[in-house]
Design a protein around this ligand. Structure first.
Ligand code: C2E
Ligand code: CA
Ligand code: CA
Ligand code: CA
Length: 277
């Protein structure tokens, strides 16, 4: 990236790993979007499965482009990681999420946990991790009710450094969740080395319920081993009643998914909390 006139960062073809024009255009569009705050956070409720009570919300970023409309995270997060734009984007996301958390605490929803997805790139970068730590300390919120979600691949790619940083977050009170569990390579015993409190069972696992015996047997045993190792388990992508019943039967305590609730806008989230609590 190079400084264009007037502080504008402009991306050129030679900066990009995938040297194609579409990527370059997208990166520049994204840069404009970051500078003009074209983003918003949605919140997907997380439930205690046996009672149906809402215990938390996962913040999920959405890009609302003035012309193209809604752009899904899968179409810009990987690009932002590639270009390094993830740092400024993530600072915005974390700030917004913490403001929201602060708001909940002021309006009587302080018991609601907030999950924030963090890119492994941000955690592994000296400058950006430091900036993120600084940003976080400017907020007076209950850190023990904030969960940082990070994927296994993000940890493994820089394991010693990321472990040290996750420990720093834990020392501040944050909880750490391993996102998309089951899609990476590590075994549960190996995971014991990582400073993780929560395992999020990936939806590709949940999708398997209850199609065939072997798959569901694997899930059953992952759940039981995770419990023995004292992890909390959150199931993601619950779409059917069958999946929900199965997870409850094998003592999966919490979960999220379209069956229970889709991600909600800021307004929908406030309305829901107002109605419930
Ligand atoms: P994720 O962290 O695994 O988030 C769960 C994704 O599954 C979300 O997609 C959510 O809308 C979707 N989902 C929830 N319930 C169901 C269900 O029952 N069925 C199906 N098929 N999908 C469900 P979304 O919001 O499009 O986000 C996709 C990914 O983008 C996220 O996966 C996460 O890796 C990334 N992402 C989203 N927001 C952020 C963010 O603020 N920061 C970072 N670093 N990454 C983010
Ligand atoms: Ca997540
Ligand atoms: Ca996930
Ligand atoms: Ca995912």
């Amino acid at each position: 990236a190079k400084q264009g006139g007037k502080d504008r960062v402009v991306f050129y073809k030679e900066d990009m790993e995938k040297n194609n024009l579409e990527h370059v255009q997208m990166a520049n569009k994204l840069q404009f979007g970051i500078e003009n705050e074209e983003f918003t956070l949605f919140y997907q409720p997380q439930f205690r499965l046996n009672t149906g009570e809402i215990i938390g919300m996962e913040a999920l970023v959405r890009w609302i482009h003035p012309i193209e409309g809604f752009i899904a995270p899968i179409d810009f997060i990987p690009l932002a990681e590639e270009t390094g734009q993830i740092y400024s984007l993530e600072r915005w996301i974390v700030k917004k999420a913490l403001q929201q958390k602060q708001q909940w605490e002021k309006t009587g929803f302080g018991h609601i946990e907030l999950s924030i997805n963090l890119s492994g790139k941000t955690v592994a970068s000296d400058v950006d991790f430091h900036q993120l730590e600084m940003l976080v300390t400017t907020f007076d919120v209950d850190y023990s009710k904030i969960i940082i979600e990070i994927t296994e691949t993000a940890i493994i790619s820089n394991i010693e450094l990321v472990i040290e940083r996750l420990n720093r977050l834990k020392n501040k009170g944050f909880k750490i969740a391993l996102d998309d569990f089951g899609t990476g390579y590590s075994s549960l015993t190996y995971l014991k080395k990582l400073p993780i409190d929560i395992i999020k069972l990936d939806k590709s696992f949940i999708n398997l319920i209850p199609q065939n015996n072997i798959d569901t047997l694997i899930i059953k045993h992952i759940l039981s081993l995770a419990h023995d190792l004292k992890y909390e388990v959150v199931a993601e992508g619950i779409e059917t009643k069958e999946q929900l019943e199965y997870l409850k039967k094998y003592y999966c305590k919490s979960g999220q998914g379209y069956l229970l609730s889709k991600p909600l806008s800021h307004e929908e989230t406030s309305d829901l909390l107002d109605r419930l609590f």
